[in-house]
Design a protein around this ligand. Structure first.
Ligand SMILES: [Zn+2]
Length: 331
């Protein structure tokens, strides 16, 4: 005998189930009431895993590319909107009407902060001496900042608040220039730079106001980073965070909505690995979160449709994160 292909087994089982339903309904119910649950009353229990697709940042391509792909398969998605970009009159980003187009199509609208700020803490790689007005936060260069935003420098005991007035790179790395010198000593490796909590709350609340008509209940972390301090703050406002960890899409069920895994499915990934991940989600009945930026070249309508086709083939349900969270709560 040759090796048995699990995908084939699933297909056979699914066809048998569909056929069985039709036969039973046809034999036992001459009125043809095929709506009655048949068999062991599985109702809408997920048996081949479930997946949420989430699109980042609210670009116009979400409506132009992703929406028609999802409509073709009649499944929703989630979109993480940066509210100040939505209100910027920049035709790169969906405005409120554009976001409403997604919401009206059954999509979930998630908060992605007001200004796309990275909600984590960055360790300083250089000591700070009294009088210094430069700090060197490791990794901040890849994770964004906005001149004029406040930050705080803290070693866990002392907290100093300053405003970022400029930034550049030198031989040590990316640095911030602050509006006033630091008048304390801080040791590299024991000190972080982060947004003050009132600023973080303002980012979340501004976004909530701007998106109020869409009732966002979930949060997409900008730059794929978030630490425990910020998870605590976000949990005061939202029921879950899509992307606490990056690289693997799969989550055991039931999952912790504040300890989720997400990976990309079109950009920066191997296509075959995406299929393998979906097979694993179907085989092990997991919950997957797949993300994409529709303005990136690798993210095409064809690629989205192909991935949705794989979900259909594997019998994986596609639903929003908020629906996954509410279903999760009753499991
Ligand atoms: Zn983003």
């Amino acid at each position: 005998m040759g090796s048995f292909d699990p995908a084939m087994r699933r297909t056979i089982l699914r066809r048998a189930t569909v056929l069985g339903t039709a036969i039973v309904a046809g034999c036992l119910d001459s009125e043809g009431d095929a709506d009655e649950p048949v068999g062991n009353g599985a109702d809408d229990a997920v048996e081949n895993g479930a997946v949420t697709f989430v699109y980042d940042d609210g670009p116009v391509e979400d409506v132009e590319i992703a929406l028609p792909a999802h409509e073709k398969y009649d499944v929703p998605a989630s979109a993480g909107s940066v509210s100040n970009w939505m209100e910027s009159n920049d035709d790169q980003w969906l405005d409120t009407d554009g976001v409403a187009t997604l919401s009206d199509a059954g999509w979930e609208i998630a908060c992605h902060t007001a200004d796309h700020v990275a909600l984590t803490s960055f360790e300083l790689v250089e000591d700070v001496e009294p009088g210094d007005s430069r700090i060197y936060p490791e990794g901040r260069g890849q994770h964004g900042f906005v001149t004029g935003h406040p930050i705080e420098v803290t070693d866990g005991e002392t907290v100093l608040r300053r405003t970022i007035v400029a930034s550049d790179d030198d031989e040590i790395g990316r640095y911030f220039t602050l509006d006033e010198p630091i008048d304390e000593s801080f040791a590299a490796g024991e000190t972080v730079e982060r947004y003050p909590s009132d600023f973080v709350r303002q980012q979340l609340e501004t976004s909530i106001d701007a998106l109020s008509e869409f009732d966002p209940t979930t949060f997409l972390a900008p730059h794929n980073v978030i630490d425990d301090r910020h998870i605590d703050i976000v949990s005061d406002y939202y029921d879950g965070i899509f992307n606490v960890h990056s690289g693997d899409p799969a989550n055991e069920v039931p999952f912790d909505p504040f300890d989720t895994n997400r990976s990309y499915f079109a950009e920066r990934v191997d296509r075959n690995e995406v299929y393998d991940d979906l097979e694993r989600i179907a085989d092990e009945n997991l919950y997957g979160i797949l993300g994409a930026h529709t303005y990136r070249d690798a993210v095409t309508r064809e690629r989205i449709e192909e991935t949705l086709e794989w979900c259909a083939e594997l019998g994986i349900e596609v639903l929003t994160f908020e629906d996954a969270i509410s279903r999760n709560a009753v499991e």
